[in-house]
Design a protein around this ligand. Structure first.
Ligand SMILES: [Zn+2]
Length: 270
């Protein structure tokens, strides 16, 4: 991954995404105005942080990203299987729709999602000129929301999974993510023997490897180009929010992605 700093904000970028065609950034918690548990660049609006700070953080992020704040399309992430396709931003007056996957073909839309341990999955199709963003915690991973999003993009835009560039972003790693017996048994029920490869057992308990699980599920859906960030949120609190490690008293970092005008389908027959 490429790490960049600009006026206090620090972001990470996948090397396999072509910057001429797609803008993307995974923002660390550095460079914002939030305080205490939320320090500093918290983009979560429903965790108790000061709304004025959250607003200022959004403005800083969008200035850094190089897109207007009004270009934002985001959803209410609910650990479900709803995938949205949009060709316009979400007006600020309009409520968030529930969903865990979002796609657009419009270079004037910035897709944005919020994370603190769950897995960000970034998608770019340089052929059909589509970007997407998926949120996968243990529940989304269980139901293979990443693979489902790919399948929906195939149906909706005619994408070929083999063309996609997919990035699996910073999230809690398989050594840190302890899960209970209930989660373990749900994986065995749904994934069968495959669960052996993503859940490890030790004297301390069961550990779920969300990175491996999502990569397997995406490859199974035909995706060939996958880049893993390999950054664990729980082990790097100086840069990331971790819901698990910080026992729920934390903020949310943001992932943003949009097509560049060059990466978008020609308009007006140009
Ligand atoms: Zn870890």
């Amino acid at each position: 991954m490429i790490r960049r700093g600009n006026r206090g904000l620090v972001s990470y970028h996948f090397e396999s995404f072509d910057p001429a065609l797609v803008n993307h950034a995974i923002y660390t918690r550095l460079g914002g105005v939030s305080e205490g548990h939320f320090s500093q660049l918290n983009l979560g609006g429903t965790n108790g942080d000061n709304p004025e700070h959250v607003r200022e953080n959004h403005l800083r992020l969008f200035e850094n990203f190089g897109m207007p704040f009004e270009s934002r399309f985001d959803v209410w992430q609910v650990h479900g299987d709803t995938i949205h396709f949009t060709d316009m931003p979400r007006p600020e007056s309009q409520k968030h729709q529930p969903g865990d996957g979002i796609f657009t073909q419009n270079s004037e839309v910035t897709l944005m999602m919020r994370f603190a341990d769950c897995v960000p999955i970034l998608i770019h199709d340089p052929v059909k000129k589509v970007v997407g963003l998926v949120h996968a915690g243990w529940q989304g991973t269980l139901i293979e929301v990443g693979a489902l999003a790919v399948k929906k993009a195939v149906e909706n835009y005619g994408c070929d999974p083999a063309d996609l560039r997919v990035g699996i972003g910073p999230s809690i790693c398989g050594n840190c993510y302890q899960v209970g017996k209930d989660v373990r048994s749900q994986y065995y029920r749904k994934w069968g023997e495959k669960a052996n490869e993503i859940i490890s057992e030790s004297a301390q308990g069961n550990y779920l490897d969300l990175w491996a699980a999502n990569e397997w599920s995406l490859r199974n859906a035909g995706v060939q180009h996958i880049e893993q960030a390999g950054i664990c949120t729980a082990e790097n609190l100086h840069e990331w929010y971790s819901y698990r490690k910080e026992k729920g008293l934390t903020g949310r970092f943001a992932v943003a992605i949009s097509l560049t005008p060059k990466g978008e389908n020609c308009k007006d027959g140009e």
